[in-house]
Design a binder for this molecule. Structure first.
Ligand code: SAH
Length: 500
């Protein structure tokens, strides 16, 4: 239970690092934010989560398995070709059995890839199969969000999160010169909650809603359906078939499997909240023979285990690229490195698009402004579990390397600028979340007030909520400093709010 009083919220203000709670921040809000907040929020209030230590199974350098490559000889020249294969170093599967296996379809599939390759697969390949395998990946067939799911995200914590992203988007729109067409792209929209709250918040800004085309990048058919419902979509007949429209704002909505498939040519606002952390990472470890890639292999008993690759792997090229952006002091201290080529590639696409079409991107995720060492974690039903345990039944995610995003964007285009990262607490505080929560608290039930205060703490607080009086295991944990916000914008638009 929370103590119920709006005054409590103000007392919490000093705990919110850099968030700018309290009236002083209000007086300092930049004019566009203040006018947006007044117009939309302050007048008419409406109320409508230790990395896994699963790497314990990890084989050290000595345990790296030296797999002999098959030897291929072509016998006497000109004579019939004879091929001999040395199988001594290959994985030796257990006796063939007709006993039904308790392995899930996904586990069987990953095991078959390792057997077919006769060698381990990278953690990136394992992660990609686990999360987005089209038949049985973690995200594909279920709603994984919320208290009854596996984890909870900021938009699910409070409507205020999507609303504040709406404030950011409106301010960016002003800086873009209010174009007649705007392509609003969300990468990995989950249940669609962030976007629904953003659209409700911006409903009065007809310049925005009229200009909008909404494009959602989502790999999960199940989540696409949930997004369709959350955005109150309806199909409308048009000359050449049908189009889907969100009744929240009247804008057309389309779904795509990747950013590349989203049509370009209009000024663009891209939102990526907790998307980058789901992109597959490669892990490297410093060994006596140099940097080695950590891989997923099968043990004698046919369970998964980690090994170090005995040979150089193609992804070393990305390790070299990432290390090229690091200082020698940063590299000296590090024994493990995570590298995310998909994040580099995606960022390059974002930078290219923004430089040609105008607009900007907002990336919010948990991570570091520097090299990430060993952060891969698995979460099932709100608990950390072993990364290799029953793949497909738990979320896998890794800290986002914001420095790598910045370098990737800057290398891709001279026409963009990168801002931040700043903490989520600073970001939401500067956009005026404390005034929004106070406005909402003036017109709600005691139950809604408790939920608002807990949600507010989770979004902007740091560590355990000091005001919590309920069960200890349910203490709200602040995401305010663990989550970071970064913007990539077209240089023509100047510095985006609130990164000045
Ligand atoms: N942004 C949402 C959901 C974050 S979870 C929120 O904050 O609540 C990650 C989301 O990205 C899910 O919707 C998942 O299905 C989607 N996703 C993950 N990997 C993807 C990929 N490679 N391509 C497209 N969508 C992906």
């Amino acid at each position: 239970m929370l103590r119920g009083s709006a005054a409590l919220l103000r007392r919490l203000a000093p705990h919110v690092s850099g968030g700018g709670c309290g009236n002083t921040t209000h007086r300092r809000l930049p004019a566009p934010i203040a006018s947006f907040l007044h117009a939309r929020f302050l007048s008419a209030p409406t109320t409508s989560s230790s990395p896994s230590s699963s790497s314990s199974a990890f084989g050290h350098d000595e345990e790296a398995e030296d797999r002999e490559l098959p030897e291929i000889s072509n016998g006497d020249a000109g004579a019939s070709l004879s091929i001999s294969v040395d199988r001594s170093g290959l994985y030796n599967p257990p006796e063939h059995s007709h006993e039904p296996s308790s392995d899930s379809e996904l586990v069987k599939h990953i095991k078959s890839i390792i057997k077919f390759r006769s060698g381990p697969i990278s953690i990136a390949e394992y992660m990609e199969e686990v999360l987005t395998n089209p038949q049985s990946g973690f995200y594909i067939n279920r709603d994984v969000f919320g208290e009854s799911g596996d984890f909870i995200t900021s938009p699910e914590v409070s409507q205020m999160f999507g609303e504040m992203i709406g404030v950011w988007a409106m301010c960016l729109l002003e800086q873009m010169g209010k174009p007649a067409k705007v392509n609003l792209i969300e990468l990995g929209p989950g249940r669609g909650t962030l976007l629904a709250d953003l659209l409700r918040a911006s409903a009065k800004f007809v310049d925005f809603t009229k200009a909008l085309s909404i494009n959602l990048v989502e790999c999960s058919p199940t989540l696409q359906k949930i997004q369709y419902n959350t955005l109150k979509c309806e199909d409308e007949p048009v000359d050449d078939g049908k189009r889907t429209v969100s009744k929240l704002c009247g804008a057309p909505v389309c779904w795509h499997a990747s950013l590349e498939q989203v049509p370009s040519g209009s000024p663009t606002i891209i939102i990526a909240h907790e998307f980058y952390d789901a992109l597959p990472i490669h892990q490297f470890q410093k060994a006596s023979r140099g940097w080695c890639e950590k891989m997923v292999d099968l043990a004698e008993d046919s369970s998964f285990r980690f090994v170090l690759s005995p040979h150089p792997t193609p992804s070393l090229i990305y390790l070299a690229k990432r290390c090229g952006w690091a200082s020698s002091e940063e590299l000296e201290k590090i024994e493990h490195i995570e590298v995310c080529p998909k994040a580099m590639e995606l960022t390059e696409q974002i930078a290219d698009r923004i430089s040609s079409d105008g607009g900007g991107a907002l990336i919010i995720d948990y991570g570091k402004n520097g090299i990430v060492s060993d952060s891969l974690q698995a979460i099932r039903k709100h608990k950390f579990v072993d990364i290799l345990d029953d793949p497909g039944s738990a979320d896998l995610s890794a800290y986002v390397d914001f420095a790598s995003i910045k370098h990737s964007a800057e290398e891709a285009s001279d026409d963009i600028s990168v801002h931040g990262p700043m903490t989520q607490s600073q970001f939401l505080g500067s956009l005026g979340i404390n005034f929004r929560v106070e406005a909402l608290l003036q017109n709600c039930t005691e139950e809604q007030a408790e939920s608002l205060r807990t949600g507010y703490w989770r979004l902007v607080g740091d560590g355990e909520a000091p005001f919590w009086e309920g069960p200890e295991d349910q203490t709200p944990i602040g995401m305010g400093t663990r989550y970071l916000a970064m913007a990539i914008v077209n240089k023509k638009q100047g510095t985006p709010i609130p990164f000045e």
